[in-house]
Design a protein around this ligand. Structure first.
Ligand code: APR
Ligand code: PHB
Length: 389
């Protein structure tokens, strides 16, 4: 098979990239290791920046998101008894949209066939070839046969563990990484949220987050040590812990219910440079990871594919080679700013096992400053709603 752009990975990055290219008449094929059901079974964050909702709208795929998503004008930072509201609506004139990443993925998948975006699911042993020549291609196995796709460009949207990033030689690359000494234990339950806005809480016993997927489905998280196991946290223990960490006011409105899903995820900051090598471009989690504090992962994948689609469209429609060459720097400039915000919010809101009394006083001073300064709140708000493209 021959196509213009072969995309590895049908997560949000690969799917959105495919749609943006198809909307401009560029041929694209996605090869994905997993099945559609498997991908739609993954529970991920659920706060969309305006940049992300704008892309869905531009493609004419925003109808369900606007019907079912919850626009939010603010969120809270809690520290002990104190609750600081960040009024993102008043401070930035923008909102964020609470709508699960799983739903974004479903909307993009459902529209693929109609728009001529071919997705090959359950493709095994995907391998990239000749990425630094003029005729790159990929191979994969399906139904006992080896297939080959020749393309002008290969786009690695295959997440942190995919094969694409490994094709960029170590001699030209740099990886920056910070691993945090804790994880997040998350629970999803069909109960109404304890608050109509998100609460990020810094508590003596560790961080907690009250989030939601809808008016009847809640998502909560607590910070746990890395060696903790899900089995150590029966539902009752987790609800008790959430009630303590989120504080008496939130606890009084918290409805408990059986877990639909419960899992532990480690926290990591990671950036890989450059995001292009020859005719291979990386986008989304294949090139960078943020800790979930601030929900930037999906949004950053969306800004990457926005830049990448523009570069590829420029190449095919205007023979513009510069845009391809400039993709990595352009994407990384925004990546690093989101990395900074996610790292700062993580440091501000978590209890670090090796943190001392001075570190804690710095958190309190930071939170005091935020509580008393419109400038500080504006900084947080403009990062939370998403920096301009
Ligand atoms: N061959 C084909 N596909 C692969 C391979 C492979 N060898 N390895 C991984 N993939 C697929 C995965 O199965 C997955 O569907 O690539 C896809 C990558 O999707 P995501 O991990 O969702 O990454 P991305 O699309 O960059 O989305 C970023 O999703 O991971 C979250 O927190 C992250 O919110 C962020 C967003
Ligand atoms: C979520 O709802 O899953 C969520 C929300 C906000 C975050 C992280 C995760 O910062």
């Amino acid at each position: 098979m021959r196509t213009q752009v072969a995309i590895i990975g049908a997560g949000p990055a690969g799917l959105m990239l495919g749609h943006l290219l198809r909307a401009e008449g560029i041929d694209a094929v996605i090869v994905e290791r997993a099945s559609a059901d498997y991908i739609l079974g993954r529970i991920r964050a659920g706060v969309l920046e305006r940049t992300t909702t704008d892309l869905m709208d531009r493609l004419g795929l925003g109808a369900r998101m606007h019907a079912q998503g919850l626009p939010h004008d603010g969120f809270h930072l809690a520290d002990g008894e104190r609750l600081i509201r960040i009024d993102i609506g008043a401070l930035t004139g923008r909102q964020v949209m609470v709508y699960g990443q799983t739903e974004v993925t479903r909307d993009l998948m459902d529209a693929a066939i109609d728009r001529g975006l071919e997705i090959i699911y359950q493709a095994a042993n995907v391998a990239l070839h000749d990425v630094d020549g003029n005729a790159p291609y990929l191979t994969y196995e399906k139904d006992g046969t080896i297939h080959r796709i020749d393309a002008d460009f290969l786009c690695g949207c295959d997440g942190f563990h995919g094969p694409s990033r490994k094709m960029i030689p170590a001699s030209v690359a740099t990886a920056y990484e910070k691993v945090y000494p804790f994880g997040w234990l998350g629970i999803l339950a069909d109960v109404p949220p304890c608050n109509h806005e998100l609460i990020y809480a810094n508590h003596d016993r560790g961080f907690a987050l009250a989030s939601m997927r809808s008016e009847t489905r809640s998502r909560y998280y607590i910070q746990v040590p890395l060696d903790e196991r899900v089995e150590d946290w029966p539902d009752d223990r987790l609800w008790d812990e959430l009630a303590i960490r989120l504080g008496p006011e939130a606890a009084s409105h918290m409805t408990r219910g059986p877990a639909l899903e419960k899992s532990i995820a480690p926290l990591r900051s990671f950036v890989f440079e450059p995001m292009r090598h020859g005719r291979l471009m990386l986008a989304g989690d294949s090139a960078h990871i943020v800790p979930p504090t601030g929900a930037k992962g999906l949004n950053l994948a969306m800004s990457d594919v926005h830049y990448l689609s523009e570069a590829i469209i420029g190449y095919f429609h205007r023979n513009d080679r510069e845009a391809i060459a400039g993709y990595s720097d352009k994407a990384l400039a925004r990546v690093w700013k989101s990395e900074r915000f996610s790292w700062q919010l993580t440091k501000l809101m978590h209890r670090f096992p090796d943190g001392d009394a001075f570190d804690r006083r710095m958190q309190v001073a930071d939170l005091d400053y935020i509580a008393s300064s419109v400038a500080a709140q504006t900084t947080i708000a403009e990062n939370y709603v998403g920096l301009p493209l």
